[in-house]
Design a protein around this ligand. Structure first.
Ligand SMILES: [Fe+2]
Length: 201
């Protein structure tokens, strides 16, 4: 297997190896998330491992709003990805899903997160939470899979995503929170292409 280690450092290598071992040894996504939690907390607490370039907003990005999605690592079979999501001050993501389980945590800045539940063909606001650096949550579809985050700090927020798909390259959805209408959505990554870019509609 030729995984793509975009940020090839001992910290990222060690983290990914630990995650892969935890997934292999776990009987369920819940168990895997629990096993990964201590390593993920360490990553969020470590000030030095993420270069500035991966903490930069990106004008004209696929997410809109100057939001940058930077790939750090992905498995070549599409089973795992690690990326940073940079949301400028005052910007918000669209309401979106992920279609895979994993862990998401805040590294820099502060965010408000709104979690939605699908009910009767529409969306209902299920939870609103404030996130500070070091806070993180497990995301296990269908629960908690649909959300929107908004940066509330004067500086951009940077969150770290560990998800069990190639999140930037899979076709997922954005939602109109009022009507519940969904649209196909592929965010892409700022720094790498998706293999089938030509086939993308
Ligand atoms: Fe998200």
């Amino acid at each position: 297997m030729h995984d793509e280690l975009v940020l090839d450092t001992p910290v990222v290598r060690g983290f990914v190896a630990a995650v892969q071992a935890a997934i292999a040894d776990s009987a369920s996504p819940e168990a895997a998330c629990d096993a990964i939690r201590p390593r993920f907390a360490d990553l969020l607490a470590d000030d030095g491992w993420l270069p500035e370039e991966y903490q930069a907003p990106v004008p004209e990005s696929g997410m809109g709003g100057g939001i940058g999605q930077w790939l750090l690592y992905r498995a070549d079979d599409g089973s795992l990805s690690l990326f940073s999501l940079v949301v400028p001050s005052g910007s918000a993501t669209p309401v979106h899903d992920h279609l895979a389980w994993g862990l998401v945590g805040l590294y820099r800045g502060t965010q408000d997160e709104e979690v939605y539940a699908e009910r009767d063909g529409g969306l209902e606001l299920a939870e609103r939470r404030e996130l500070r650096p070091g806070d993180f949550y497990a995301l296990i579809p269908p629960r908690d899979d649909i959300h929107r985050v908004r940066t509330t700090s004067p500086e951009a927020s940077v969150s770290i995503h560990l998800l069990t798909n190639d999140t930037g390259c899979v076709w997922r959805h954005t939602f109109d929170p009022d009507s519940g209408a969904r649209e196909p959505f592929r965010s892409g990554y700022v720094n790498v292409d998706c293999d089938d870019d030509d086939a993308a509609a």
